[in-house]
Design a binder for this molecule. Structure first.
Ligand code: ADP
Ligand code: MG
Length: 697
């Protein structure tokens, strides 16, 4: 149950004074959904206007917001009332004069607010126009009384069209009035050492900044709120983790019989990194506690094989294993690549996707329940209730970031104390591993299998498309296989599809039936067929949207062309490029861009040309874009942070993690007074789902 003290903050903002249906709609647009009082509180200003700046007219800086103390000298209304000319008011001090300009003015208001001869304070941007100083639509016109109420530093908020600063300021004001002092959840010594204010005080300081520096990311109040958010995040992760760990695990000690057979069927030897990761995973499996491990490695670093060998160990110990892929194509591909190895070793492999025919599916389900399938490969279809294992002991989740935490837990429910290995091909900077996976154990494959050749990466403006097509023609004549990736249009999948179809048609005019097409809207069997044709070399160019981003493996493909490369994030470019350079032939990647490039796009492209190290690229990506983009969370809907900014607050994350661990060591049920306060914190930052695991015990 949510602590009652929080109820006013969880009310809809329509309950606040001054928010009617019209502004309510605008706020809904701003927050993409009906906001709560709390959302207003967390909608922090991103800059301030300093109204303490009160120069005399002669000394007033241009193009800055200033507040002038003036006497109203003269009114100059437009000559005729129909004219579009503005209403001008001349104001002065002893050093000079300024014209106040009002378009479409309400004459009555002007006469009332700016009576001739009166002393007034006007605040706004001062500019020089036609040799005269002017202020267009001053944002404040105040008398003495109004001045006394003017906040010296005014917060400025992000808006949406139709919404004004005043609307948000007023709403924030009303929201603050609903906020009472909450019991402190920070460790008192830590808080004192950092000189951080309380939660309420910090929010007051953000919305009523006492100086422009108050809203900087490193100010005490901003740091405190960022820390609160990070602590809520880490506490939730540690809670879920502790819950999983509490359920005592089972020990699976493999004999090595099956995995040795697989290894000896391989045409290569394992890399040192693979050997190390495997031994870490096997050690976890052999322990009688529940495993929760992340295997991260760049594209092509050989994670799938590590997973297969680990699954074989579990089968050796008499249980079943499952591996879940994010897409149909990938599940099928894993299955096909593992099948020959499994057959050699006498392992029974099954495949389950959402697309199986009923009869086939029932057969698979029966075999699974009987224990006649040792390893099941599948998509999220594996989560469905009807899927029953005889004895699932180990689950591998490939490309984790496409799945949410709750799905991860759901898979764990399919068997008794299932050990879980999460694999991600997106190298994640250390700071983010903490954020998204908490204190999960991590194995890393940083070394690539021997014999890989560097990928020659170039950038080419799209106006030189004809050159590109000529070059592709030459490569095709030499038997090359080419991926041609089409623009990502974030707002609309339809646009994606039409762009990719258009390019497909155009390339067909040059290369006829050598050109294949695959995109997300195609029916499953058609997708498979397109992939198949490309894999077998029946088509040599595959025009595709980013459906091929994740994990597709055609070692013969050596050329990757990415159109509108400027629209992709770094991580995605890296993933796409990782589709080539998988065989022993030299590969290349061409980033086709539309000039002129913005600063960020330029930086991205030059990093791509410089480096193939996914970990370095991920760090750079974090620097350039913030955390959402790296994990693709913006697309997948995983909530990011609203206050904390990991490019500034990464230091706090590690502290929050230690703090969270310590808290749960001392108070595993969050039952102490501080524990109670922390429960409120979890609600405030939307991490209260974790409280459920407390109740479940
Ligand atoms: P990831 O899943 O990490 O992207 P994969 O497991 O798909 O990588 O491996 C990419 C390719 O490298 C596959 O064709 C695989 O057979 C091959 N491979 C894996 N391990 C090795 C190794 N130790 N030496 C050579 N090739 C390897
Ligand atoms: Mg893979």
């Amino acid at each position: 149950m949510r602590p009652a003290i929080l109820n006013p903050l969880f009310a809809e903002i329509a309950s606040l004074p001054g928010i009617g249906p019209k502004t309510g709609k605008l706020f809904e647009r701003l927050f993409s959904g009906a906001p709560l009082v709390l959302d207003l509180l967390f909608h922090l200003p991103h800059k301030t206007i300093d109204r303490r700046n009160r120069p005399r007219i002669k000394d007033a800086p241009r193009d800055e917001i200033v507040t002038l103390e003036v006497r109203v000298a003269e009114h100059r209304p437009p000559q005729n009332t129909r004219s579009k000319a503005p209403y001008r008011v001349l104001v002065e001090d002893e050093t000079g004069d300024v014209l106040l300009i009002f378009f479409l003015a309400n004459h009555g208001w002007i006469e009332k607010s700016l009576p001739i001869g009166a002393k007034r304070w006007v605040s706004g941007r001062l500019e020089l126009w036609d040799g005269h100083l002017q202020m267009v639509h001053p944002d404040r016109v105040l008398d003495e009384e109004g001045l006394a109420r003017l906040p010296p530093i005014e917060p400025v908020y992000f808006l949406t069209e139709g919404l004004h600063q005043r609307n948000v300021q007023k709403a924030a004001e009303a929201a603050l009035a609903r906020l009472s002092d909450l019991p402190e959840w920070l460790d008192p010594a830590f808080q004192a050492q950092r000189k951080w204010p309380g939660f309420r005080q910090a929010l007051l300081e953000q919305h009523h900044p006492s100086s422009p520096r108050a809203i900087e990311p490193t100010s005490p109040s901003r740091m405190r709120l960022a820390y609160d958010e990070l602590l809520a995040n880490q506490l939730a992760l540690v809670l879920v983790r502790a819950h999983m760990r509490q359920q005592s695990g089972r020990a699976h000690q493999g004999t090595g019989i099956l995995s040795t057979k697989i290894e000896s069927a391989l045409p290569f030897t394992l890399t040192q990194a693979q050997i190390k990761a495997l031994s870490e995973i096997r050690a976890d499996l052999a322990q009688p506690r529940r495993m929760l491990r992340l295997l991260q490695g760049d594209v092509g670093s050989g994670k799938t094989l590590v997973a297969l060998l680990a699954m074989a160990s579990v089968v050796e110990a008499g249980s079943q294993a499952a591996m879940m892929a994010p897409t149909e194509i990938l599940a099928r591909q894993h299955f096909e690549r593992m099948l020959p190895l499994c057959e050699q070793a006498g392992l029974r492999l099954g495949l389950l996707t959402g697309r199986d025919k009923a009869a086939e599916r029932n057969k698979t389900l029966a075999a699974l329940a009987q224990g006649e399938i040792d390893i099941l490969i599948g998509t999220h279809a594996i989560f469905q209730e009807k899927v029953v294992f005889k004895d699932l002991a180990f689950a591998v989740v490939d490309e984790q970031h496409r799945f949410g935490v709750h799905q991860r837990l759901a898979l764990g429910d399919k068997g008794e104390n299932v050990d879980i290995l999460v694999m991600t091909a997106t190298p994640i900077p250390r700071t983010l591993v903490l954020t998204y996976f908490g204190d999960m154990d991590v194995s890393t494959l940083r070394e690539k299998p021997a014999g890989r050749q560097p990928i020659d990466t170039r950038a080419l403006p799209i106006d030189r498309l004809d050159e590109m097509i000529e070059a592709v023609g030459r490569a095709l004549a030499n038997g090359a296989r080419v991926y041609w990736i089409c623009p990502l249009v974030e707002e609309s999948e339809d646009l994606d599809i039409s762009a990719v179809e258009e390019r497909h048609e155009m390339l067909m005019q040059f290369f006829g039936n050598k050109v294949g097409l695959v995109h997300g809207r195609m029916k499953g069997p058609d997708k498979d067929a397109a992939m198949d044709h490309f894999q077998r070399g029946e088509t040599q160019i595959l025009v595709a949207t980013t459906v091929i981003e994740v994990g597709v493996d055609v070692p013969q493909a050596t050329i990757m062309i990415i159109e509108h490369a400027e629209r992709f994030g770094l991580a995605q470019l890296h993933q796409l490029r990782g589709r080539v350079g998988r065989g022993s032939n030299k590969s290349s990647c061409v980033l086709l861009y539309k000039a002129p490039l913005g600063e960020v796009a330029k930086a991205r492209i030059s990093i791509m040309r410089e480096s193939e190290d996914g970990f370095r690229i991920a760090e750079e990506d974090l620097r350039l874009r913030g955390e959402g983009e790296i994990l693709g969370t913006r697309q997948s809907g995983v909530p990011g942070f609203r206050i904390a900014d990991l490019s500034v607050h990464a230091e706090l994350l590690a502290i929050a993690r230690d703090d969270a661990q310590l808290i749960l060591q001392k108070d595993p049920q969050l039952a102490s007074p501080r524990g109670e306060a922390l429960r409120a914190l979890l609600y405030l930052f939307g991490r209260d789902a974790a409280i459920k695991v407390l109740r479940a015990g």
